[in-house]
Design a protein around this ligand. Structure first.
Ligand code: ARG
Length: 588
């Protein structure tokens, strides 16, 4: 533990109940004390119900025994214990313990949150858009979720390595390059484009045209195939053109990253082509180990664990009949590199749920090859699909996939309208900044506050609402507290731990104290919506507090304690929003 770490009351109470169990029932010392926040007291422990049978007694009796043990225990924050119902333990912590926690968290730059992931080298693979293709809504989810996890894990002390696995290699580039050679006047460089048109949109259009030509004109198809060979063979001019396409596409992705405010930097890019030099030796290794086997002229890795609908084992394509390598081979080389060269302790693949089978097979092959051992934790952090506002697959009116930039524009426009209603005294420039923060925050929050694996409907109007569980609601809650604090010259006065807290102060204080546990849980279970839910509950607890406990009109020492609660709530909301990657302006 660090000096700065503040152990939550929840975990202190858990330890107290565990201690009582250990003294009364040494055999069951490791049992879960089942401590939860409660409406009837500060906490409730249900251990007696869970353990009575194993302890050969009745729950009420066991609860009584544990209550006695808790009452005589030393150095616990528990001040009152009562038994209720069939054997619940209702636990109230002391007033001084409550205020002590608030003071300790306020005194810490990291709000007392323990560095539970300290030193754990964690690769986060996210975003991974495809070169010369527009980013679509699926890429929105991986980018937002991955960035949130990178932020949370960094805050928890992990040594985070962000990896942007760009789709920058494949035979399609031969076709595109050949088409560009034959249509030198087609504009696609960012300095040739006007009206905010993006380079990837232009390239995407040219790629479609190239496909058409490929299907319609056999002589073009032959020239395109020759170009693929030239690219793979390292022909100077062809490779230079490919590099240009990658650079221009990255330019367009960067515009989206900047707008979203994600952490990804150019040096985080390690696209598919990065792994090319290792592919032959990876294939050799897998072949020598008997994992990759011949099948109709190709090399495949058959799963030992999973069979397809036809009853045969499912496969990874290790080398195609034409000798080429694809997505599967690259991901095999990638996992080997991340374990062997990056020395990862943990690898997270933040990728669409539809790739679940792919990753199961990659992990299985990596285990069999001996690259992936029990010391390394790998997870496919899967997520569901973004649907249109009507809950159907998300398409434009003309049936195309929806472009990310258009979605972000729509969110910022909707946020402008909402913000305009509220912020009358702002300059146009300030309003534009606020609308961007609110609109982008709304998109991110709508995504991060739904359980990852679920599909969700992209409904801009609901996202930017000031009411309900939205990013705008949380940002606004934060600004309201900042405004209270601006009006108090004495906002940093000392807490008086002897003042009995009002019930709404108690609820707020306990919620504030649970921040570190909520963040640690996200670091462990990789479910950002838990943090979103926590912040929403915190904002509601603050509203209830503010309704029943006047702050600025109160007299010291009550006023000081309330100001401290305001301070800690503002900082916790600000920090929590930052971990979600959402701006927390002080005024809106
Ligand atoms: N480019 C891929 C796509 O758009 C995502 C890459 C995910 N990462 C990986 N290591 N396969 O679907």
């Amino acid at each position: 533990m660090n000096d700065d770490d503040v152990r939550s009351l929840n975990s202190q109470v858990e330890a107290a109940v565990s201690g009582a169990i250990g003294r009364q029932l040494p055999d069951l010392a490791d049992a879960d004390p089942v401590v939860r926040r409660s409406e009837h007291a500060d906490f409730q422990a249900n251990a007696a119900l869970a353990l009575a049978r194993r302890a050969r007694t009745r729950p009420a009796e066991l609860a009584g025994t544990l209550a006695d043990a808790l009452r005589t225990a030393e150095a616990t924050p528990v001040a009152e214990v009562t038994v209720s119902g069939p054997g619940f333990l209702n636990l109230v912590v002391s007033d001084s313990a409550i205020w002590g926690q608030i003071a300790a968290r306020l005194a810490s730059t990291r709000l007392g949150v323990a560095a539970s992931e300290q030193g754990r080298r964690t690769v986060v693979d996210y975003s991974g858009p495809n070169i010369a293709k527009d980013m679509h809504v699926g890429h929105l989810r991986t980018t937002i979720i991955g960035d949130c996890l990178a932020r949370v894990l960094t805050f928890l002390g992990a040594d985070v390595i962000r990896q942007n696995h760009l789709g920058d290699w494949g035979t399609q580039f031969g076709m595109l390059i050949q088409y560009l050679e034959e249509h030198p006047d087609a504009p696609w460089h960012h300095d040739q484009l006007t009206d905010g048109a993006s380079t990837v949109s232009a390239l995407d259009g040219l790629y479609r045209a190239a496909r058409k030509a490929f299907d319609a004109d056999p002589t073009f198809a032959d020239r395109a195939r020759a170009r693929v060979v030239a690219l793979q063979g390292g022909d100077g001019a062809t490779v230079a053109r490919w590099r240009e396409i990658v650079a221009e596409s990255e330019f367009a992705f960067r515009e989206i990253y900047d707008r979203l405010g994600v952490l990804l930097q150019p040096e985080d890019s390690a696209g598919e082509s990065f792994y090319n030099p290792w592919l032959p030796e990876v294939v050799e290794e897998l072949t020598a180990a008997g994992i990759a086997v011949e099948s109709d002229g190709a090399l495949v890795a058959l799963s030992n664990e999973i069979t397809g609908p036809d009853g045969n084992p499912v496969t990874l394509m290790v080398r195609k009949t034409d000798g080429g390598y694809g997505y599967d081979t690259t991901d095999l080389a990638t996992i080997r590199y991340r374990i062997r060269d990056l020395k990862a302790d943990r690898i997270l693949y933040v990728v669409d749920a539809r790739q679940a089978l792919h990753f199961t097979l990659i992990f299985e092959a990596a285990r069999r090859a001996g690259w992936l051992t029990d010391d390394v934790d790998v997870t496919h952090v899967a997520f569901g699909t973004v649907l249109g506002p009507d809950g159907r697959p998300f398409k434009t009116r003309s049936g195309d996939t929806v472009k990310l930039m258009d979605l972000l524009d729509a969110a910022v426009d909707a946020a402008s309208a909402t913000v305009l209603d509220r912020s009358h005294d702002r300059s146009d420039e300030e309003l534009a900044t606020i609308a961007a923060q609110a609109g982008i925050g709304a998109v991110k929050y709508a995504d991060l506050s739904t359980s990852r694996i679920k599909d969700y409907a992209f409904d801009v109007e609901r996202m930017v609402s000031f009411n309900g569980n939205t990013g705008v609601y949380l940002q606004y809650a934060h600004t309201r507290i900042c405004s209270i604090l601006r009006k108090a010259a004495d906002a940093n006065a000392e807490i008086d731990p002897t003042i009995p807290p009002h019930s709404a102060e108690r609820v707020l204080a306990l919620q504030l104290d649970a921040f570190g546990d909520a963040v640690a849980e996200v670091g462990r279970d990789l479910e950002p919506h838990r943090l979103g839910g926590y912040l929403f509950d915190l904002a509601k607890a603050f509203t209830d507090f503010y309704e029943s406990c006047p702050v600025l009109s109160a007299e010291p020492p009550v006023r000081n304690n309330r100001l401290a609660l305001c301070q800690l709530t503002a900082r916790t909301l600000g920090q929590g929003l930052d971990l979600l990657g959402i701006a927390a302006p002080e005024r809106m």
